[in-house]
Ligand binder design. Structure first.
Ligand code: AKG
Ligand code: FE2
Length: 196
C-alpha cells in the first residue's frame, strides 16, 4: 500500500508540474494508519441527517479505501455540492485527497468531503489506509510562484491535533492539551519509538 501511495504522490507531483520525485524526501518514513470498519445493518433506512460516518474530509495525505463488492454506503460530494454514491467497483480502491494534500498543493487539489449512509438490511465492511508524510516534514505551499494560502505546518503536529478531536475525551481540542498529549503518547506507542 505504501508503494501505491508513493505512485499516487508521484502523479500529484507531475500534475502540479513538479519533478516526479518532489514529494519523496518528505515521505520516506510515512505515517500510515489502518482502519477496519464494520457498519452493522440498521433496522430502517437512514435519513440524510442520520449518518453511519458523518461528513468529513480526511486529515491525511492520501487515503486508500477498499470497499466491499456490491455494498454501497460511501458517498462523496462533487464540485456542484451534490452527494453521489461511490459505487464499489470490484478490484479497485477509492483514493481520497486529504487536507494535507490540499494545503501542500495550495488548494489546487481539494480534500474530498465524504460520508457513509447505510441502508436497511445491509451491513458493510471497509478497509482504509491513511498515508501521511514523515512526522517532522513541513507542509508548505509546493508551488514556487504562488502566494501561499495556508500557513506552514508540521505534519505530525497537525495529525495530533486533528486525531485528538476523534480519540480524546472531548470533542474540542482548543484548550484540551491533555488530549494532544494522550494522542502523542498513543502514536509513540503504536510507532514503538520515541524517534518518530
Ligand atoms: O468506511 C468508509 O467507507 C469511509 C470511512 C471514512 O471515511 C474514514 O474512516 O475516514
Ligand atoms: Fe474519511
Amino acid at each position: 500500500m505504501i508503494a501505491v501511495a508513493d505512485k499516487i504522490m508521484e502523479s500529484y507531483a507531475l500534475a502540479l508540474k513538479l519533478p516526479i520525485d518532489w514529494f519523496k524526501p518528505l515521505t520516506r518514513k510515512p505515517i500510515v494508519l489502518v482502519r477496519l470498519a464494520h457498519y452493522p445493518s440498521p433496522d430502517h433506512d437512514l435519513g440524510d441527517d442520520q449518518m453511519s460516518c458523518g461528513a468529513h474530509t480526511d486529515q491525511f495525505g492520501v487515503t486508500l479505501l477498499a470497499q466491499q463488492d456490491g455494498v454501497c454506503g460511501l458517498q462523496v460530494k462533487n464540485s456542484d455540492g451534490e452527494w453521489i454514491d461511490a459505487v464499489p467497483v470490484p478490484g479497485t480502491l477509492v483514493i481520497n485527497i486529504g487536507d494535507l494534500i490540499e494545503r501542500w498543493s495550495n488548494g489546487h487539489f481539494k480534500a474530498t468531503e465524504h460520508r457513509v449512509i447505510m441502508r436497511k438490511g445491509l451491513e458493510r465492511y471497509s478497509a482504509i489506509v491513511f498515508h501521511m508524510p514523515d512526522y517532522h516534514s513541513t507542509i508548505d505551499c509546493c508551488i514556487k510562484d504562488e502566494k501561499p494560502k495556508y500557513i506552514p505546518i508540521i505534519a505530525g503536529d497537525f495529525l495530533l491535533k486533528r486525531e485528538s478531536v476523534y480519540y480524546g475525551p472531548s470533542n474540542e481540542w482548543v484548550g484540551h492539551e491533555e488530549n494532544i498529549l494522550n494522542t502523542e503518547q498513543y502514536f509513540k506507542t503504536i510507532l514503538n519509538s520515541e524517534q518518530i
